[in-house]
Design a protein around this ligand. Structure first.
Ligand SMILES: NC(=O)c1ccc[n+]([C@@H]2O[C@H](COP(=O)([O-])OP(=O)(O)OC[C@H]3O[C@@H](n4cnc5c(N)ncnc54)[C@H](O)[C@@H]3O)[C@@H](O)[C@H]2O)c1
Length: 435
């Protein structure tokens, strides 16, 4: 069956990428895009920039780059902006984060200094470990939302942007569960007017973005775009949304390994994961209420991939533990250890040890780029609401299906590529003997 092509508006003009939060991830993302534009560094890790996509049968030999197959915005057309309660500009944020070397930053320092975040909507109740200096004076939530809407419109106008997208790169907020104020758009708007204590800053950013028809992706695990009111708003306004929590580091390894173990029907008895990291994110996550948000997002992964309800003998009794330890000497160069207790033929136990010396922001930056470009593509393709096909990028993907999200990275990759194929009028690739 040949799919009819989806009408996708062309990517004309500039695309503004707004990041609430201009810390390690956002500054590394911006620096890398500028370096790629200048020809100093390839955008490694970015599927939208580096990956090819097979079209038709393998014999046809059609295998273009994704960015030549679908009409994405060009890196040259991106403009950067955002909000931060501390960072004065992207250069200072990059220096503080200490992810990139001075030599790499020196070449692009003028451009990075030109990316100046706007004053943030910030509330210490949700992120306790920071000392904010650049925050909006208004403490009234409805006024804060209005101020963000004005920021968005002004940014678009001043930078001559054709379109905008927003990717949350701010700190992880304290754990919360959805409450009555999050049920409907009407309840949320009422909550803004009453300064409801259940509304967090990130939710005000989502509201402002959607009211301006700006697609929103959430890179952190806190509750923001994954709320009934925001899903309703995204659908009524026709805006794409996606979340949550960038899939990097240890969880990336988990979603690489566990489908493999399951594919070979090897059992898992325990999975112990611990991390040391010393960046600002680690400091925020050192607070138990903020760690809880992260923990919930990390724990869901194994169950969904391994399906203990289908395979009780193999995966019905797993001890899954996740720890994050704040250890300043390590900076952004996180180290993550995994001890996996598996079992095989006749129940004989075996162990796998992983020691991943990763760089968190180096893994997260290409995700910000891909999400920005694909969310913009989705908006131009006229789709709205939760974008399941972008679950590839998230630890705790949002899903519009009753069955919930797919966590297996390879199924997620197939879903992403088949969505692009379908939009472009190509057949999905099934990998069957026939296809
Ligand atoms: N690096 C990764 O691999 C990775 C993976 C998954 C998720 N994340 C999440 O991405 C987010 C960013 O990570 P990071 O390493 O850049 O952290 P970071 O601490 O370096 O940067 C976060 C920035 O957000 C700012 N901020 C806090 N509250 C804000 C608000 N209300 N409005 C605007 N800005 C606000 C902080 O001042 C800080 O500069 C964190 O929530 C982190 O948990 C990161």
């Amino acid at each position: 069956m040949i799919h009819s092509m989806t009408t996708i508006a062309p990517a004309t003009g500039k695309l503004g990428v707004l990041t609430p939060g201009m810390g390690a991830v956002a500054s590394t993302f911006i620096a890398g895009v500028i370096a790629a534009r200048n020809g100093h560094a390839a955008p490694i890790g970015s599927v939208s920039q580096m990956a090819h996509i097979r079209l038709g049968s393998r014999d046809e030999g059609r295998n273009p780059l994704i960015r030549e197959f679908v009409p994405l915005a060009e890196l040259d057309d991106l403009v950067f902006g955002g909000w931060d309660p501390i960072s004065p500009n992207a250069m200072e944020a990059a220096r503080t984060a200490g992810v990139l070397k001075d030599a790499d930053l020196a070449e692009i320092s003028a451009e990075l200094e030109g990316v100046v975040p706007m004053d943030a909507v910030f509330d210490e109740r949700w992120v306790t470990r920071l000392e904010p200096t650049r925050v909006k004076a208004d403490t009234d939530m409805a006024a804060q939302a209005q101020a963000l809407i004005e920021d968005i419109l002004r940014f678009k106008e001043e930078n001559g942007c054709d379109r905008l997208v927003m990717v949350w790169c701010g700190s992880t907020e304290a754990y919360q569960e959805a409450s009555a104020v999050h049920e409907t758009v009407a309840a949320f708007e009422e909550g803004l007017r009453n300064n409801d204590e259940n509304i967090s800053p990130s939710q005000i950013y989502v509201y402002a973005a959607l009211m301006c028809d700006v697609p929103f992706a959430n890179g952190a695990p806190n509750l923001s775009v994954d709320l009934p009111c925001m899903i309703e708003l995204s659908e009524t306004r026709g805006v794409p949304i996606a979340g949550k929590d960038f899939k990097t580091g240890q969880t990336l390894m988990k979603t690489l390994l566990s489908p493999g173990l399951k594919a070979r029907m090897l059992g898992v008895r325990g999975w112990f994961s611990t991390n040391i990291l010393g960046n600002r994110d680690g400091e925020v996550l050192d607070a138990p209420e903020n760690f809880k948000t992260k923990e919930m997002s990390k724990l869901g992964v194994l169950d969904t991939i391994l399906q203990p309800e289908v395979y009780p003998d193999l995966y019905g009794n797993i001890d899954h533990v996740v720890r994050i330890n704040y250890y300043p000497p390590r900076g952004d160069e996180k180290e993550g250890w995994d001890n996996i207790d598996i079992f095989g033929w006749m129940g004989y136990p075996m162990q796998i040890k992983i020691d991943f010396l990763c760089r968190d922001s180096i893994l997260a930056a290409p995700i910000v780029l891909d999400l920005a470009l694909f969310m913009d593509l989705a908006a131009r393709a006229g789709v709205s609401g939760v974008q399941d096909w972008l679950s590839f990028y998230f630890k705790a993907p949002q899903s519009r299906t009753a069955a919930g999200p797919e966590h297996d990275l390879f199924i997620q990759q197939t879903k992403l590529k088949n969505t692009l194929r379908e939009w472009m009028g190509e057949q999905p690739v099934t990998h069957s003997e026939a296809g």
